[in-house]
Design a protein around this ligand. Structure first.
Ligand code: ADP
Length: 596
C-alpha cells in the first residue's frame, strides 16, 4: 500500500541501493581477510617442508616424529601459537599424536573429526591434501592442511583455528553493519528530501487539477524551477489557461444561443433518441403548452399526424418530407425537423423548429378572397354590358327608346367599373405607401361645410334633412385636404345612401382634448352588431344587392380608414339596426395648437 506513494518508493529505492553496495563490500572484505590468513598458514607449512628430511623418519615411530617436529620443526612450520596445531598419524595403525588441545579432550572424537576432512583423507591415501576450505565442526571453524611423509608411513596434519582472525572479522563486520545503518539513515533522509522536491510540486498540481475540476480557474501555480517539474507546472498553467479560455468561449457561445432561443419567435424543441423532450424554448412552450415535456415525439406524431416517426427522420436519409403542418387551436404551425449528431456523427436526437404560419395563411386567404372579389365585382358589370350590347346587336337598335335605355345601363355599368378600378388603384397606392399627401394646415370646419354643401342636393332629392353643427373653437389640423374631403364625402354619401327618404343626417365638428372630431349621425337602416367590425374590410357589404344597387363598391370605408390612419387618426362606428348609424372620424391636433 505504502509503495504506491512515489515518496516511499524513492526511499526504498535508496535503501536497496545502499544495501546492494555495502553488503558485497563486506563479503569481499571477509573473504580477503580469510584468504590472507590462509595464505600465511599454507606458506608457513610449505616453507617447513622445504627443510623436511623424509629419510630421517623412515625407521621411526609416530611418537618420535611428533617429538622431532615439536623440537625442531615447530618454528619452520610456523605453527607456534594458541590457534595452530599439528598432528601426526601413523597411517598403518592410525596411532596418533597431536599438539591440538581438542586432542587432549577426546581422542576418539578428534580422530573421527579428522576423517571428515577431505585434506586428511587424501593424505591418508598418499596424496597431498592442501585444499582451501574453511571447516566447521561443532561450531569450531578452522583451515587445515595434510601431507603424507616418510613414503606414506605418516601423515602430518595441520590446523589453523579461526579464533585467530575472528576478532578482526567481527570488528570489520561491525563496522560494515554500522555503515549500513548509517547508509540507511542517509538514504532515508536523502530519499525523503529528494522525493519531497518531486512530490510536493506534483501534489500541488494534483490539488490544482481538483480545483480546475470544480470550476476554479483563478489559481495559477508558481513555477519554482527550470527542470522537468518546472516545465510540467508551466504546461499545467498553460493548460488551465486555455481550458479557461475555451470554457469562457463555450459559455459565451452557450448564453448567446440561449438568448437567441429565448427571444426567437419560432418555437424550438429538442428530442433525444428516445423521443423525450430535452429542451423547449419559451416560444415552443407557448405554442405546445407548458406540459410540452410530458409528451414524447411519438405522442406528438400521433396527435398531429406527422406521418413519420422519429426513426424515419433519423435513419431514412431519403425521406424528403421533414416538415409537417400542424393545427394547434386556431393556430397553424409549420414544423421543420432536423437531426443533430455528436462529434463522431452519431445521431443524438432531433430538433423541431416550429414556425407560426397562421398570419401568413390568413394573408394568403385574404389575397385569394380579394382576387375572387375583384373578379366577381368586375364580372357583374361586364356581364350586363355584354348582354345589353348583344341584345342591341340582335336588333333592339331599331327601337330607339330601348336603345337609349340599354345604352344608359351600359354607361352606368361602365361608370361602376371605372369607380371600382379607381378605388382599387387608390387602395393599391395606399397599400404601397405611394400616396403623396399634400400636408398643410387646413380648417376642418371649412372642409366639412364644403362637403355638406356638395351632398346637400343628393340629400334633398331623398327628402332628407341634412344639418351641420360646429361645437366650440376648432383648431387647424395638419392634413391633406383632398384626402380628408374624400373620406368625409364617402361617409356622408353612405349616410345618405343607407338612410331612407325623409330621414335625418346630422354632421358635428368638435374638439375633444387634442383631437378634432367629425361625427356623422344618420337615422338610417343601421348595421347589425356582428357586421360592425367587418365594414372596414375590402368588398365587405352588409347587404350586397342593396349596396350595389346604390352604386357602392364596398371599398369606400376601407379607403377611408386607410386615409385617416395615414393621418394618425382613427375611425369608429356605432350603430343600431333600424335606428341609425354614427360614424366618428378623429384627427390629431398638432402639438403647437394643443392649448386653447
Ligand atoms: P359601399 O360602397 O357598399 O357603401 P362602404 O365600404 O362605404 O361600401 O361601406 C361598407 C358597408 O357598410 C356598406 O355596404 C353598408 O352595408 C355599410 N354601411 C356603411 N355606412 C353605413 C351607414 N351609414 N348606415 C348603414 N350601413 C352602412
Amino acid at each position: 500500500m505504502f509503495l504506491k506513494s512515489l515518496q516511499w518508493r524513492l526511499v526504498s529505492f535508496f535503501c536497496i541501493i545502499s544495501f546492494c553496495l555495502i553488503i558485497p563490500i563486506g563479503l569481499f572484505l571477509n573473504k580477503e581477510v580469510e584468504d590472507s590468513y590462509y595464505k600465511t598458514f599454507k606458506a608457513g607449512i610449505e616453507n617447513g617442508f622445504k627443510a623436511w628430511n623424509d629419510e630421517k623418519f623412515i625407521n621411526t615411530d609416530v611418537k618420535q616424529v611428533f617429538e622431532e617436529i615439536t623440537n625442531n620443526y615447530a618454528v619452520l612450520f610456523s605453527i607456534i601459537g594458541q590457534n595452530k596445531s599439528f598432528t601426526v598419524v601413523d597411517s598403518s595403525n592410525n596411532e596418533i599424536y597431536s599438539s591440538d588441545s581438542r586432542f587432549g579432550e577426546d581422542k576418539d572424537k578428534f580422530f573421527n573429526d579428522l576423517l571428515r576432512s577431505d585434506n586428511f583423507v587424501s593424505a591418508m591415501k598418499g596424496e597431498s591434501g592442501g585444499k582451501k576450505k574453511l571447516m566447521s565442526y561443532n561450531g569450531v571453524q578452522f583451515f587445515d592442511y595434510a601431507k603424507p611423509v616418510a613414503g606414506g608411513r605418516f601423515v602430518l596434519y595441520f590446523r589453523y583455528y579461526k579464533d585467530e582472525w575472528k576478532e578482526i572479522l567481527d570488528n570489520s563486520n561491525r563496522a560494515i553493519l554500522t555503515s549500513l545503518v548509517v547508509a540507511f539513515v542517509v538514504a532515508f533522509i536523502l530519499g525523503y528530501m529528494l522525493s519531497k522536491t518531486i512530490t510536493v510540486p506534483i501534489v500541488r498540481i494534483m490539488q490544482n487539477a481538483q480545483r480546475l475540476a470544480s470550476g476554479d480557474f483563478e489559481h495559477v501555480l508558481e513555477v519554482k524551477s527550470d527542470d522537468e517539474i518546472g516545465k510540467l507546472t508551466s504546461a499545467f498553467n498553460y493548460m488551465a489557461k486555455s481550458l479557461k479560455d475555451t470554457l469562457a468561449e463555450i459559455s459565451s457561445e452557450k448564453s448567446k444561443i440561449e438568448t437567441i432561443l429565448d427571444y426567437m419567435t419560432d418555437g424550438v424543441v429538442a428530442f433525444n433518441m428516445k423521443g423525450e423532450v430535452i429542451h423547449a424554448n419559451p416560444a415552443a412552450r407557448k405554442m405546445l403548452g407548458s406540459n410540452v415535456f410530458d409528451r414524447t415525439f411519438d405522442d406528438y406524431a400521433k396527435e398531429y399526424n406527422f406521418g413519420f416517426s422519429l426513426e424515419d427522420i433519423i435513419y431514412i436519409e431519403s425521406l424528403g418530407n421533414r416538415e409537417a403542418n400542424i393545427a394547434i387551436g386556431d393556430k397553424i404551425i409549420k414544423a421543420y425537423f432536423a437531426v443533430f449528431s455528436d462529434k463522431a456523427k452519431r445521431p443524438e436526437g432531433i430538433i423541431a423548429v416550429l414556425h407560426d404560419i397562421t398570419e401568413q395563411e390568413k394573408l394568403e386567404n385574404m389575397r385569394k378572397e380579394f382576387v375572387a372579389n375583384v373578379s366577381h365585382e368586375l364580372r357583374t358589370p361586364l356581364t350586363s354590358i355584354k348582354s345589353y350590347a348583344e341584345t342591341l346587336m340582335d336588333g333592339a337598335l331599331e327601337d330607339r327608346e330601348t336603345t337609349e335605355k340599354f345604352l344608359g345601363v351600359i354607361n352606368t355599368e361602365a361608370d361602376r367599373m371605372t369607380r371600382l378600378v379607381k378605388d382599387l388603384l387608390q387602395l393599391s397606392r395606399l397599400d404601397n405607401l405611394q400616396m403623396r399627401w399634400n400636408m398643410q394646415d387646413i380648417s376642418i370646419v371649412d372642409l366639412v361645410r364644403g362637403s355638406v354643401e356638395k351632398m346637400a342636393l343628393e340629400a334633398k332629392n331623398k327628402g332628407q334633412q341634412l344639418e351641420f353643427y360646429v361645437i366650440g373653437d376648432i383648431p387647424l389640423v395638419r392634413a391633406d385636404y383632398d384626402g380628408i374631403e374624400q373620406v368625409v364625402l364617402n361617409v356622408l354619401s353612405n349616410a345618405i345612401k343607407y338612410t331612407p327618404e325623409n330621414g335625418k343626417i346630422t354632421v358635428y365638428v368638435s374638439r375633444i382634448y387634442n383631437e378634432v372630431q367629425i361625427k356623422v349621425v344618420d337615422t338610417g337602416i343601421g348595421i347589425p352588431k356582428e357586421d360592425i367590425p367587418r365594414v372596414f374590410e375590402r368588398f365587405y357589404r352588409v347587404d350586397k344587392a342593396r349596396s350595389r344597387e346604390m352604386g357602392g363598391t364596398g371599398l369606400g370605408l376601407s379607403i377611408a380608414k386607410e386615409i385617416i390612419e395615414a393621418h394618425s387618426g382613427s375611425v369608429a362606428i356605432k350603430s343600431e339596426p333600424g335606428k341609425g348609424t354614427e360614424v366618428i372620424l378623429k384627427l390629431p391636433v398638432p402639438e403647437m395648437e394643443g392649448v386653447i
